[in-house]
Design a protein around this ligand. Sequence first.
Ligand SMILES: *[C@@H]1O[C@H](CO)[C@@H](O)[C@H](O)[C@H]1NC(C)=O
Ligand SMILES: [Ca+2]
Length: 145
Amino acid sequence: MKVMVFLPLLISLMASAQGKVYSRCELLRIIKATGLAGYRGYSAADWLCLAKHESNYNTNAVNNNGPSRDYGIFQINSKWWCNDGKTSGSKNACHMSCSSLLNDNIYDDIECAKRVVRDPSGISAWVAWRKYCKGRNLSAYTGGC
Ligand SMILES: *[C@@H]1O[C@H](CO)[C@@H](O)[C@H](O)[C@H]1NC(C)=O
Ligand SMILES: [Ca+2]
């Protein structure tokens, strides 16, 4: 009986540790609340467009580039920013485990994204931003929320 009593608790704990797919408006709300909107001159729409094209707003997204991997809603790379234990010469400049970039809590991901754009290349570090967001009219990303 004890197992049955604790099962719902266990399931809810597991669910909170797993990833999730954010809605555009929920992500916008968090981007504003954390000060990522406007950080280093990049708008909320820039971040939404980036996340849309990098991960489709899915924190579970992982892409293997061969020597390194990209993790989470912002597809942050294990060569420079996080440690996944299998990337040789990783700098881990965000001082975090890459697995922390896959759960449903994106506050640490946002702190790492701020660190990434403090580097000289800024938001251009993200290929998807250069390809799909740079110089575009991004008003649709923030509209209707
Ligand atoms: C951007 O697109 C929106 C909606 O499609 C439009 O209303 C707005 O005028 C556009 N802005 C610019 C600067 O073109
Ligand atoms: Ca996280």
